[in-house]
Design a protein around this ligand. Structure first.
Ligand SMILES: NC(=O)c1ccc[n+]([C@@H]2O[C@H](COP(=O)([O-])OP(=O)(O)OC[C@H]3O[C@@H](n4cnc5c(N)ncnc54)[C@H](O)[C@@H]3O)[C@@H](O)[C@H]2O)c1
Length: 384
């Protein structure tokens, strides 16, 4: 029995041992606006049955594949309101399309699709059918980045001139994909990951976070992708990317999976004419702010000096750490709040849709393709 004001969802992917499936599940359940009722958690039906049983799901609602799940759930009176797709990249397009065609709202992980055209098709399908589509670029939903976005909107650091952003990991410094590391094995396989590994996996987070926080639009970029860390790796594990934005500002992005000693060193620095903002995902409760001619300040999440929009994304008081789970929870809170309004026949405004949309997923896929294109052309500038 599901209470009023609680949505039903199902998952594609996210069986035991998956990396992000459980983070999504916890994020979706965090604020009590959704309940998991169905799933095709793995290509292996036994694993789907096991995952469903562990979560007390009705065995009727455990499916052999996502096509069967989309059809059967759409046919039920108590069918799912939305699906969460957390498979490796290769299945995002087919799975998302199957649910959209059945009139079911979609949350899908990034990168959205292999090709830009596939992403555009999904975005159009969702729009034509009046369905919500969220792409889970979760970092941007952290309260301190919302504060950074609001400070920029209010002109607190002036006009942005320079962006420096990096995402450094060291887990692929050796060929762990050949030693049974499941996550490494599909990420380094073009048939499952797409045309890029490193840019697709973590460079895409830089692209989205910078765009969300600053509002800057890329005009041109110049990239060099390298395949370090294993002799015959078919996909990139390191990329340096120079960016020119439409407003004349410039950016420098670096993403790496061979940065020995780094775990998830995602750091963004934004330099404006009147100040600088600095954020690091391994310390997500803090935002460093330096105003022209003033000493460095450390803003601490949960304090009254945060903009209301950023304060609304905090759950705990200052000093009690919030992090990765809460960023996913915020995406699901915004998505489910919008969906509940939609189901009540209410109009959604820009604020309701302040979670990553399908068009942002498409832009992310375009970013990956432009980086690969530039690198293949000998690192020449390519128009975005
Ligand atoms: N937003 C983020 O911060 C973030 C972080 C990590 C991963 N991701 C993305 O999430 C997705 C999953 O990544 P992961 O690291 O969790 O992968 P994973 O290999 O750990 O898990 C993938 C899961 O999908 C299942 N699966 C594969 N094909 C399936 C199919 N056709 N039907 C049903 N289930 C299927 C697997 O059995 C497994 O349970 C990727 O697209 C990745 O880029 C996003």
């Amino acid at each position: 029995m599901i209470e009023d004001g609680v949505l039903r969802f199902g998952m594609v992917g996210g069986a035991a041992g998956s990396l992000i499936g459980d983070v999504h599940r916890k994020g979706a359940l965090f604020d009590g606006q959704a309940q998991l009722v169905a799933g095709s958690f793995s290509r292996d039906f036994e694993r789907t049955l096991l995952a469903g049983e562990q979560r007390g799901l009705d065995s009727e609602r455990l499916y052999r594949d996502f096509y069967e799940m989309a059809q059967s759930e759409a046919a039920r009176e108590d069918g799912i309101d939305f699906v969460v797709i957390v498979t490796p990249n290769y299945a995002h397009y087919d799975a998302a399309k199957a649910f959209l065609l059945q009139g079911i709202h979609v949350v899908c992980d990034k990168p959205l699709t292999f090709s830009v055209e596939e992403g555009e098709e999904l975005a159009k399908l969702a729009q034509d059918k009046g369905l919500l589509f969220c792409v889970t670029y979760a970092y941007s939903q952290c309260a301190t980045l919302k504060q950074a976005q609001m400070m920029i909107k209010h002109g607190e650091i002036g006009d942005i001139q320079v962006v420096m952003a990096e995402y450094s990991q060291g887990w692929l410094a050796t060929a762990v994909e050949k030693q049974g590391n499941k996550q490494a094995s599909w990420r380094t396989d073009p048939a499952q990951a797409g045309i890029s590994n490193c840019v697709g996996d973590i460079g895409s987070h830089i692209e989205h976070t910078v765009a969300y926080v600053t509002g800057l639009e890329i005009d041109e970029l110049c990239a060099r992708l390298d395949h370090f860390g294993g002799e015959d790796r078919p996909l990139d594990t390191n990329a340096v990317i120079m960016v020119k934005y439409k407003n004349g500002a410039v950016g420098n992005y670096w993403c790496s999976q061979v940065a020995v000693g780094y775990d998830n060193g995602f750091r963004v620095r934004i330099f404006g004419t009147k100040g600088t903002l600095e954020w690091c995902q391994e310390e997500p409760n803090y935002l460093n702010v330096i105003k022209l001619g003033q000493p460095r300040q450390r803003f601490s999440r949960g304090n009254a000096y945060f903009y209301p929009e950023a304060a609304a994304m905090s759950r705990l008081s200052a000093g009690h750490p919030e992090g990765y789970y809460e960023s996913f929870a915020s995406i699901y809170w915004k998505f489910t709040t919008a969906l509940l309004k939609l189901k009540q026949g209410m109009e959604l405004d820009e604020e309701d849709l302040d979670f990553p949309q399908a068009f942002e997923g498409v832009r992310g896929v375009k970013f990956i393709h432009r980086c690969v294109e530039s690198s293949k052309r000998g690192s020449t500038w390519v128009r975005f």
